[in-house]
Design a protein around this ligand. Structure first.
Ligand code: 13P
Length: 261
């Protein structure tokens, strides 16, 4: 049995509406009621956080409520942004930081992502730091330096103690929403190197305790072979998290493989 409890997140991105977010929440709760060997989180769009939270609470579910982004300032004139106090007020327990769509579509810098990560951790919430190379970077042989730079800058001025509340998500940009998944071996190669880097930056205890999860076209059909890799501790799921039965299949794959490996 693996010492790290798998973490599986469903990142709904800018999908669902008031009705379908509620239906999906109920579907996920029902499909996962018997799973206890995995930490599960769902990340609905901001407007549905409160209604999703009441469903989770009414059903006594241990599924964590997550936000897809945050702003690091506590309050003030930041039109359109959402603070961590507001998210906590809505029952949010975990926040994605540095998702590739925030980096590459919205244009967030490594420094901005680091500021947000520190704010999430300081707020007592779990930060999921997302990193990953683009196709150009992979094809030009820069996969390792890009991921290492994003890990180092994302974690600048973060202490070893904060790792109680940090999960790393490796999401190669070319695999997100494309149907192209990294092979289990390629993903394991990156995860193993990231864990080694954590050991160098901090210590072996931090490296061994920290969950490093994989994201990028994870489906019910390929989840198990990915999660069987020794350094892949779960997944961050986009498209397949919008279908409760498939998301449940992925979570179960993480739970079962963690118990066996
Ligand atoms: P897909 O699973 O749709 O490829 O998305 C992955 C992702 O970006 C999760 O954050």
């Amino acid at each position: 049995m693996r010492e790290r409890k798998p973490f599986v997140g469903g990142n709904w991105k800018m999908n669902t509406n008031r009705t379908t977010s509620a239906d999906l929440t109920r579907g996920v709760i029902d499909a996962l009621s018997s799973v206890n060997n995995a930490e599960i989180a769902i990340f609905p769009p901001f407007p549905y956080l409160l209604s999703v939270r009441s469903i989770l609470r009414d059903r006594g579910s241990s599924i964590k409520l997550g936000a897809q982004d945050c702003y690091h300032k506590p309050d003030g004139a930041f039109t359109g942004e959402v603070s961590l106090d507001m998210l906590k007020d809505c029952g949010v327990q975990t926040v994605l930081v540095g998702h590739s769509e925030r980096r590459h579509v919205i244009g967030e810098s490594d420094e901005m992502i680091n500021t947000k990560l520190r704010a999430v951790v300081d707020a007592g919430l779990i930060a999921i730091l997302c990193i990953g190379e683009t196709l150009d970077q992979r094809e030009s042989g820069h996969t390792d330096p890009v991921n290492q730079r994003q890990l180092r800058t994302g974690l600048a001025d973060v202490s070893a103690d904060a790792f109680e509340r940090i999960v790393i998500a490796y999401e190669p940009v070319w695999a997100i929403g494309t149907g192209k998944t990294a092979t289990p071996e390629d993903a394991q190669d990156v995860h193993g190197k990231l864990r080694k880097l954590l050991a160098q930056m901090y210590n072996t205890d931090v490296a061994q305790r920290t969950r490093i999860i994989y994201g990028g076209s994870v489906k019910g059909a390929n989840a198990e072979e990915l999660f069987r890799q020794p350094d892949i501790d779960g997944g961050l799921i986009g498209g397949a998290s919008l279908k409760a039965p498939e998301f449940a299949q992925i979570v179960k794959a993480a739970s079962v493989t963690a118990a066996k490996t």
